[in-house]
Ligand binder design. Structure first.
Ligand SMILES: Cc1cc2nc3c(=O)[nH]c(=O)nc-3n(C[C@H](O)[C@H](O)[C@H](O)COP(=O)(O)OP(=O)(O)OC[C@H]3O[C@@H](n4cnc5c(N)ncnc54)[C@H](O)[C@@H]3O)c2cc1C
Ligand SMILES: NC(=O)c1ccc[n+]([C@@H]2O[C@H](COP(=O)([O-])OP(=O)(O)OC[C@H]3O[C@@H](n4cnc5c(N)ncnc54)[C@H](O)[C@@H]3O)[C@@H](O)[C@H]2O)c1
Length: 458
């Protein structure tokens, strides 16, 4: 191992996307930085989350498109094979879950890497792998999040999957129960189903993706059911058993559903406990690490990424890391701004949203006006035909005449979102948006229809 200095400028605890970005940037700026990682540098996103799941989704989308050929372009016979997907995840995405490339990238920039579990031992004091560091300038807490496992009786004793096992399989299971109809649940349910897995998706709330506009969950449930997925909403699991290579999930009311595997995707919780936060006056029992607009958690301590409980997205972790780095370097800059935080769930159709939903806007006491357009009724949606499900919904603050929220569901829903995110971030008056030209026939042209509908859709 390289010589590790004990007096250092900064220690980054957790080298997931947030910590890795902060550590690399600080090293590039010439600071003496130690990065500590207990597992793999890069964290959840490249090895067990965003990247492998999106490779599965890309492959599943190809199958779905090929199955849409009949009636549109001739005939097709699709033989699904998961082997190339499993190989890509091993060879291209994760290097068989080896992070040497990422470690080398960091050390080449001048950083000092320590493999191990770091512990705060008081202000400016960090211990890891039997070494003690005296930190002159900054400790960055970037410990991420962990799956939140619900207290369903019997569950803990079963070999259930989290996202980690789900994206590491070499073959799709014959059948799969998915507990949780949030982002992970819907993305992986659809991807596996397209490879032939019989999927049952169980969501406790009334709708899938319950944080999104109500119409979104209903639309997505229809699409998934059309593809052969059994969707159970407002369904509570009261017990789980695993016997004879099968999971048996009992639902409130007594119905039992079975599957070869069970994926638990019921949310993630920030990782605060067990690494000495109390030694710097912070609460390890808190729901998330509280930070101010410059990502400061305490004197000499910054927090970035999932641990802060904001958004739980890779782009949020990297954005926050930039803010923290600037502040650590003593450069003035604006506070982190989440008004136009974009979210994309990569189902087919993609579900993109940014800013406030209508409900959230009203809860904040804003006078919300909404406008909606259906993608199949737009020129491009009509031309697209098979797989054209989707909608655009806009939420305007009627008092200020600017958009404060938008939803874009459709074949390119996540991409269409971009223009809406710019409009919200820049507070472009709705009256000016109405006088823009929207290229014909793009998917984003449906935004023009939704703008015209503002005030009529309420
Ligand atoms: C299945 C799935 C799909 C996802 N898809 C997307 C997507 O498409 N787009 C998107 O934007 N987001 C997606 N996300 C969310 C994204 O993965 C996270 O927001 C992102 O990984 C957060 O990065 P982070 O650095 O905060 O934390 P993490 O990636 O969790 O990294 C934290 C790191 O800290 C380490 N650590 C913890 N404690 C210590 C300690 N005491 N000492 C040393 N190391 C420690 C951990 O080992 C870990 O490597 C997805 C998540 C999942 C689960
Ligand atoms: N495309 C993306 O950007 C992407 C993809 C996957 C995950 N993520 C991130 O990862 C995080 C975790 O994803 P997730 O899907 O686990 O969480 P989530 O919070 O998005 O969804 C969890 C779902 O599980 C439901 N639920 C909770 N307890 C339940 C129970 N006992 N029975 C049935 N349903 C229950 C909730 O009502 C909710 O709908 C997300 O917050 C998201 O930020 C992002």
């Amino acid at each position: 191992m390289a010589h590790v200095p004990h007096e250092v400028d900064a220690v980054v605890i957790g080298m997931g996307v947030g910590g890795e970005h902060a550590a690399e940037r600080l090293a590039e700026e010439g600071l003496d930085v130690v990065g500590v990682e207990a597992e793999l540098v890069g964290g959840e996103c490249p090895y067990w989350a965003c990247v492998p799941s999106k490779m599965m989704i890309r492959a599943g989308n190809l199958l779905a498109e090929a199955r849409r050929v009949p009636g549109m372009a001739g005939d097709s016979q699709v033989v699904a094979d998961f082997a190339p997907v499993a190989a890509r995840i091993r060879e291209e995405a994760t290097d068989d879950w080896n992070d040497q490339v990422a470690v080398d990238r960091f050390t080449r920039k001048g950083g000092h890497f320590v493999r191990g579990r770091a512990r705060l031992a008081g202000p400016g004091r960090v211990e890891a792998d039997g070494q003690a560091f005296h930190v002159r300038r900054a400790v960055v807490v970037a410990t991420g999040s962990r799956p939140q496992i619900p207290p369903v009786p019997g569950l803990e004793a079963t070999p259930y999957w989290t996202n980690r096992q789900a994206v590491s399989v070499k073959e799709p299971p014959a059948s799969l129960l998915v507990l949780g109809g949030g982002a992970i649940g819907v993305e992986l349910a659809q991807a596996f189903a397209r490879f032939g897995t019989a999927v049952t998706l169980v969501e406790a709330m009334e709708r899938l993706l319950p944080e999104e506009e109500p119409t979104v969950g209903a639309l997505l449930a229809d699409v998934l059911e059309e593809e052969g997925i059994t969707v159970r909403t407002a369904a509570r699991a009261t017990g789980v058993r695993h016997a004879d290579d099968a999971f048996r999930l009992t639902l409130e009311g007594g119905q039992e559903i079975t599957g070869q595997h069970l994926l638990v995707a019921t949310g993630r919780q920030p990782h605060l406990a067990g690494f000495g936060l109390e030694s710097v006056g912070l609460d390890p029992q808190a729901r998330a690490l509280a930070v101010d607009g410059q990502m400061r958690a305490a004197a000499g301590v910054w927090g970035v990424g999932d641990v802060t409980g904001r958004g739980l997205f890779t782009h949020v972790a990297m954005y926050q890391a930039e803010v923290a780095v600037r502040d650590i370097l003593g450069r003035p800059g604006p506070d982190a701004d989440y008004r136009a935080l974009p979210r994309v769930t990569f189902t087919d159709p993609e579900v993109g949203s940014v800013g406030l939903t209508e409900h959230a806007a009203r809860e904040q006491g804003l006078r919300a006006r909404t406008g909606t357009a259906r993608v199949p009724s737009s020129a491009r949606g009509w031309i697209h035909k098979a797989g054209n499900d989707g909608l655009i919904k806009l939420v305007e603050d009627a008092d200020r005449g600017v958009l404060i929220g938008a939803t874009s569901v459709g074949p390119a829903g996540g991409e269409v979102l971009y223009g809406l995110a710019v409009a919200i971030q820049m507070e472009i008056p709705v009256d000016r948006l109405r006088h823009m030209m929207f290229a014909y026939p793009t998917f984003h042209r449906a935004v023009e229809d939704a703008l015209a509908d503002l005030g009529h859709g309420d």
